[in-house]
Design a protein around this ligand. Structure first.
Ligand code: PLP
Length: 470
């Protein structure tokens, strides 16, 4: 492809993108395909000769698009959102065109310095105090892994990377059972081992870790000769929005000299609204916090922000400097690859910078406030229906519900069949979870283009399909 063709096809792609967004409501949110359908439609062997772009593009439209789940669909109410505001897509296009590697300051000075600036913009937007540095990672999973590795190294007096874990004290990390599985993975990958992730019982509407139980577990482990290393707290857990009392947990972490990491991957975006900040009161006392602007805020995936109180600890944990990566004579610069496991890094700050400038915080706050209000409204409407029950009350814009099964029918099976029937219908998309061992259907409003009418449509679809099944 020469640069004239590049221009022509880029323009075609831009037109396609705008048409796609315009017509999303006409598509089923989740495609009606069976496993293997798309695989079988793709040639089994790679082409020996160049193919014309027309044919490649036509195949994209015919074979790929109908097999996609549409995460930008305004009636996407499943999982958590992965919003890509159009302006962030434009920025990503520019990033793709430059295709820079942003691992060191000198490999892309503007990318590094814009990252430092946008992280600080977000710190201010979320109401966090000065004193936090930060970095944009690919995912919350990576940020949490970094936090776990830092906990490990701090607790082992920086000897873990060097000597491994054999012969060292038994490290212990504490969390509730409401945290995301990325915490389990961080513990596995760090070598600490799942058996040393101590699950603290939860209580209350938001399933917060019981402070007394947390403290007792730490004390008992220490008395037994183990090495408590850190606590991972949740604000807005994936299942039902489980949220710890961060101030209480931070006080325990402080008393016992433990590292505190807060996972607010989804809910963090809502902290741009001052009235929601009570959900993470005490976050300013954490050692690190992760939140994903690529979820609710609108920065195209991937864009996961990790705030860190003492970045030197992270750098001490992860930095490695062979001669070819040294930046001689450049004092006081940041090489962000020393803040993450991968060396190569994308230019992630540009889309956030475009997004924040093009929308302004006030418009983003309005979007989030609308989502929370619409979700609460739908929960109230469903609660008034005699054949529905609310299983977990709204935490921001997430709640879960259940439809009552006919007498004698298995309620879990009934609700799984319901969620499948709703998704096969295609007008909306939902996912399920388990609450206290029983199936519940999650509902979150978070899509960038969602309207009150889309949430009304969800009520119609849910009640209509549930009653047709009953
Ligand atoms: N933490 C929470 C609360 C999440 O909901 C998720 C994903 O939905 C994650 C962590 C993992 O995020 P990522 O996909 O960025 O690793």
């Amino acid at each position: 492809m020469n640069n004239d063709d590049f221009r022509q096809w880029s323009q075609r792609a831009a037109d396609w993108g705008a048409d796609y967004r315009n017509n999303l409501r006409e598509r089923p949110v989740r495609p009606l395909v069976e496993p293997g359908d798309i695989f079988r439609s793709i040639e089994a062997s790679p082409p020996e000769d160049a193919e014309p772009m027309d044919r490649i593009f036509a195949d994209f439209e015919e074979k790929i698009v109908p097999g996609m789940t549409h995460w930008q669909h305004p009636r996407f109410f499943a999982y958590f959102p992965a919003n890509a505001a159009p302006v962030s897509v434009v920025a990503e296009y520019l990033v793709s065109a430059m295709a820079a590697q942003c691992m060191l300051w000198q490999t892309s000075p503007a990318a590094t310095e814009l990252e430092t600036r946008t992280v600080d913009w977000m710190r201010q937007a979320l109401g966090l105090p000065e004193g936090f540095s930060g970095v944009i990672q690919d995912s919350a999973s990576s940020a949490t892994l970094n936090a776990v590795l830092t906990m490990r190294e701090r607790a082992l007096d920086w000897q873990g990377n060097k000597k491994g874990l054999a012969g060292q004290g038994r490290l212990r990390i504490y969390s509730s059972d409401q945290v995301h599985t990325s915490i389990d993975r961080g513990i596995w990958v760090s070598g600490i081992g799942e058996d040393n992730l101590v699950r603290i019982p939860v209580a209350g509407r938001f399933r917060a870790m019981e402070a007394a139980a947390l403290e007792a577990a730490i004390v008992a482990d220490r008395e037994a000769g183990m090495l408590p290393a850190g606590i991972i707290a949740s604000v807005g857990g994936t299942s039902t929005g489980g949220t710890d009392d961060i101030a209480a947990v931070a006080e325990i972490a402080r008393r016992h000299g433990l590292y505190l990491h807060v996972d607010a991957a989804w809910a963090g975006s809502a902290m741009i609204c001052p009235e929601f900040r009570h959900f993470w009161a005490g976050a300013e006392l954490a050692d690190s916090i992760v939140f994903n602007p690529h979820k609710w805020l609108g920065a195209q995936f991937d864009c996961s922000m990790q705030f860190i109180r003492q970045p030197e600890d992270l750098v001490r944990t992860l930095a490695i400097k062979p001669e070819f990566l040294k930046t001689h004579g450049r004092d006081g610069i940041i090489n962000y690859s020393e803040w993450s496991v991968p060396l190569g890094r994308r230019f992630r700050a540009l889309k956030l910078w475009f997004l924040l400038r093009a929308h302004g915080l006030e418009n983003l706050r309005t979007m989030i406030r609308n989502h929370v209000a619409w979700s609460e409204g739908l929960a109230l409407r469903l609660a008034r229906e005699p054949d529905f029950e609310i299983v977990s009350e709204p935490m921001l814009s997430l709640f879960s519900f259940r439809h009552k099964a006919a007498a004698g029918a298995d309620a879990d099976e009934h609700n799984l069949r319901l969620v499948n029937a709703i998704n096969d219908d295609g007008r909306i998309y939902l996912t399920q979870t388990k609450v206290d061992g029983r199936v519940a259907i999650r509902f979150q409003v978070g899509q960038f283009d969602a309207t009150a009418e889309d949430v009304d449509a969800a009520f119609t679809v849910i009640t209509e399909i549930a009653r047709a099944m009953a």
